[in-house]
Design a protein around this ligand. Structure first.
Ligand code: UDP
Length: 314
């Protein structure tokens, strides 16, 4: 059955890939985005797609897209430099914006999936992180604008599930990368790829011993779609459990790009989590999902995108 789907944050990195995938399955997509961190270029290729419409709007103001069967709430600044710059906007979209989109789902009897985050675990004291871990978040630190907004969103989604009977889903997304990851949004993969391709030193924050686990975007979208079709309302981790130190990540980028860039060491941002790795047992058991693409394969698949950006912004 094909659906009419609302995707918020449709011009963002994940929102645009999700939109492409939904369209390829025959669904119609209403995309909204206020373009505060999203990029119209990410959906430019859909200009002549009849089943896609786009509205530039802020979801913090109530709106009604008309009857929809499903709502994917992907809207939020997501990279640390961007949500630090847009702190109040990040808190608003993760509270008022989330409730506005839940009301749309409740009104139209639509399914609802909210893009949550591994940041709910904060600087985790349990490793790897299972969905049952409640997290170690600094409520007043610089990252709190993002972490607490996402934690509030999860509470709001559960309240609409429990009190209004909305068919909701919560995906806790771990670090994800691929084409359309904004080349200048400050994330580690985009920074390293752009620096490597320009022959600039790769900026390692701290000693580079902190870990992350990187999921290629196609794997992530597959996991999100499977969760959206499940009957699971509680949070599910979707990410790649292969854990790398930031130094290993830099090494992989140098290898894939063939770059001779040096490494340079800079100070570690405040509250930067030391280790992050998803336990994906729940996704494996519930959704039969696991990532397929290794870090080096994913970096190779992303190479053309970053090359084109490095050429434009050289
Ligand atoms: N990082 C780094 N160099 C960079 C950008 C990021 O060493 O140029 C580190 C950062 O300190 C963090 C990790 O890479 O430990 C991942 O950072 P990112 O901003 O991509 O996402 P986060 O997981 O912190 O949300």
């Amino acid at each position: 059955m094909t659906m009419r789907v609302l995707v918020t944050g449709a011009a963002g990195f994940l929102g645009s890939h999700l939109t492409d995938r939904l369209l390829s399955e025959g669904h119609s997509v209403v995309g909204v985005d206020n373009l505060s961190t999203g990029d119209a270029e990410n959906i430019a290729h859909l200009a002549n797609q009849e089943r896609f419409s786009f509205e530039q709007r802020d979801i913090c103001k109530p709106f009604d897209p008309g009857p929809v069967d499903y709502v994917f709430n992907m809207a939020s600044p997501a990279s640390p430099p961007e949500y630090l710059r847009l702190g109040i906007e990040t808190l608003r979209v993760g509270s008022i914006g989330t409730e506005n989109t839940l009301q749309i789902a409740a009104r139209h009897g639509a399914g609802f999936l909210h893009a949550s985050t591994s940041e709910c675990y904060g600087d985790a004291l349990e490793h790897p992180q299972t969905e049952n871990y409640w997290g170690n978040v600094n409520p007043v630190g610089p990252r709190s604008v993002y972490d607490e907004a996402k934690r509030f969103s999860e509470a709001m989604v559960m309240a609409y599930h429990r009190s209004r009977g909305v068919n909701t889903h919560l995906v806790r997304i771990f670090n994800t990368y691929g084409p359309r990851l904004h080349p200048s949004d400050g994330r580690v993969i985009s920074n390293f790829m752009m620096q490597a391709l320009r022959g600039q030193p790769l900026t390692i924050y701290g000693e580079g011993s902190q870990t992350r686990s990187f999921c290629y975007v196609d794997d992530l979208i597959e996991g999100i779609l499977r969760l959206s079709r499940s009957s699971e309302p509680m949070p599910v981790n979707i990410g790649n459990p292969d854990e790398f130190t930031i130094l290993e990540c830099a090494q992989a980028v140098l290898e894939v790009t063939g770059s001779k860039s040096a490494l340079t060491f800079e100070s570690l941002p405040q509250d930067d989590p030391a280790r992050r790795c998803p336990d994906i047992s729940k996704a494996r058991a519930l959704l039969g999902w696991e990532p397929r693409i290794t870090l080096k394969e994913g970096l190779r698949k992303s190479l053309d995108f970053f090359k084109s950006k490095a050429a434009v912004h050289a």
